[in-house]
Design a protein around this ligand. Structure first.
Ligand SMILES: Cc1cc2nc3c(=O)[nH]c(=O)nc-3n(C[C@H](O)[C@H](O)[C@H](O)COP(=O)(O)OP(=O)(O)OC[C@H]3O[C@@H](n4cnc5c(N)ncnc54)[C@H](O)[C@@H]3O)c2cc1C
Length: 461
């Protein structure tokens, strides 16, 4: 193994986000020398512009709702408005503390951090500011960027999630183009903060990648919250003026608004970084890999959002750890996208893992799928929180649970057990044996399994 003397390392990692830094930390634990190249801030999108700041905003939104809704619980409270400077200070403080902690971990790991923009100049060498860093292995971890659509130029009142995180005021009216995870999370925040929100989604439902039961329930909940949405219709153009934006849809409808958030997905960040010149296959920006995260070039791996598939921070962590262990010869288990838990943190929250009912029907055939929807009407804690929702289990007939799909306030925290159930291929009969504490929302997962195993307790039709 290389000794890290000079600019030679066991691993050179290009990009210090979730995928890159997880790889660096695990490789350092395993005794390898590591150079981690980062042009912005260690922690990447998730820590600075993604998961952490958005979830801080969503928590502030929950506090606003709690203040507004106190009377329902016999508490005298009023919602007097949002001070964005205070919200941003709270959010930035959370990010700063996490950032400091991460920098400490990287330093303690003896990892060489190279600050600056890196370019792959050959299959084993990354150049940064004229200096070359060579690795026995190279890991590409350059992540993703907010995409837009033709005719939808970012600037002025048309923004992406990046700008949306640093707003000094709550917009009065906002149109969100894209009703998937990022779109519905910002819709939820801004509605709680008092804005008039409209989502435009080209596909027939909100959160179109989720099980249809969850899409339907989220739409119902958003209707109740007076979050407007138009589905199955595409945007055609936007026109900015000094005091507003007009959004025109393909069906001819127009909407006047103050701000447009473009949330139409994220593209892979690989342009101009020397990947193709080094012989690496790049497909519309993405770097395809095999199951062991190897690119087509020997000794070059790719991790995280750069690799086609789910764009989630914990997938990036798992990829990074996998690659470090693979290089160390530990023969780790591959990271399979279908087993990765997913949470959408709008109100109500969505948590899911495994395949949806339509996917199961396609995979096993209509007659070989069993489905159970447990209504939170029977769950004490959900009633205490005054939340509606569902736990839906999808099972291969006579076999294991292959999908868990949940919606309700605070349901994100329930995804852990759901993930164990699906990834350990548990049968409903197994889960039904386990005790779930009362009264918790977690109990709903146990009750759903009991009902699917044929012994329902608090199940309402
Ligand atoms: C608004 C938003 C909310 C999100 N919320 C969640 C969530 O709640 N949960 C979740 O799991 N995921 C969430 N995500 C997704 C998550 O942020 C990503 O999946 C994750 O950050 C991917 O990690 P990565 O390491 O692949 O890429 P990134 O985090 O994007 O890191 C790539 C790094 O590479 C650096 N880089 C790029 N090019 C170069 C270069 N040439 N030289 C040097 N450095 C370079 C970048 O500066 C960056 O730091 C969210 C994303 C967004 C945008």
């Amino acid at each position: 193994m290389a000794d890290g003397a000079g600019n030679n390392f066991d691993i050179v990692i290009l990009g210090g986000g979730s995928g890159g830094y997880a790889c660096a930390l695990r490789a350092a634990h395993l005794g390898m020398t590591v150079a981690l190249v980062e042009k912005d801030k260690l922690g990447g999108t998730c820590l600075h512009y993604g998961c952490i700041p958005t979830k801080a905003l969503l928590h502030a939104a929950e506090v606003a709702d709690t203040a507004r809704e106190g009377e329902q619980f016999g508490i005298r409270s009023t919602f007097d408005g949002v001070e964005m400077s205070g919200v941003n200070a709270y959010k930035d403080d959370v990010v700063a503390r996490m950032y400091k902690g991460l920098q400490g971990l990287i330093k303690a790991g003896g990892i060489t951090v190279v600050e600056g923009e890196g370019k792959l100049v050959s299959k084993d060498t990354v150049e940064v500011g004229g200096e070359r860093y060579t690795g026995t292995n190279v890991v590409l971890a350059s992540g993703s960027y907010a995409r837009t659509l033709p005719g939808l130029e970012i600037g002025g009142r048309v923004i992406t999630s990046y700008e949306a995180l640093t707003m000094s005021e709550v917009p009065e009216r906002v149109v969100i183009i894209g009703g998937s995870v990022i779109g519905v999370e910002f819709a939820s925040v801004w509605k709680s903060f008092g804005a008039d929100v409209t989502i435009i989604e080209g596909l027939p439902t909100l959160v179109p990648l989720e099980d249809p039961a969850l899409s339907k329930q989220l739409e119902r909940a958003f209707r109740k919250r007076k979050i407007n949405f138009k589905t199955g219709v595409k945007f055609e153009s936007v026109k900015q003026t000094d005091d507003g934006v007009t959004v025109t849809l393909e069906n001819g409808d127009t909407i006047d608004t103050d701000l447009v958030l473009v949330a139409v997905g994220r593209g892979a960040n690989s342009a101009g970084m020397g990947y193709e010149e080094a012989g690496i296959t790049v497909d519309r920006g993405w770097v395809p890999t095999d199951e062991r995260l190897r690119t087509n070039v020997d000794g070059v791996f790719a991790v995280g959002d750069l690799v086609p598939g789910l764009q989630l921070a914990h997938r990036g962590f798992a990829h990074g750890i996998f690659v470090a262990e693979e290089i160390a010869g530990l023969q780790p288990q591959p990271v399979i996208d279908s087993g990765i838990p997913r949470v959408t943190y709008c109100e109500p929250e969505i948590a899911s893992v495994g395949i949806t009912e339509p996917q199961a029907r396609e995979k096993y055939g209509d007659d070989n799928v069993e489905v159970l929807e447990y209504n939170l009407g029977g769950n004490g804690k959900a009633q205490i929180l005054k939340t509606a929702g569902t736990v839906k289990l999808v099972r291969e007939k006579g076999g294991p649970i292959v999908g868990v799909h949940m919606i309700g306030s605070r349901f994100g925290e329930q995804v852990g057990e759901a993930s164990l159930i699906v990834n350990w291929e548990a049968y409903p009969e197994d889960v039904a044996q386990l005790l779930h504490a009362h009264p918790t929302e977690n109990e709903a997962l146990g009750e759903a399994a009991m009902a699917l195993a044929g012994k329902p307790l608090h199940s309402h039709a």
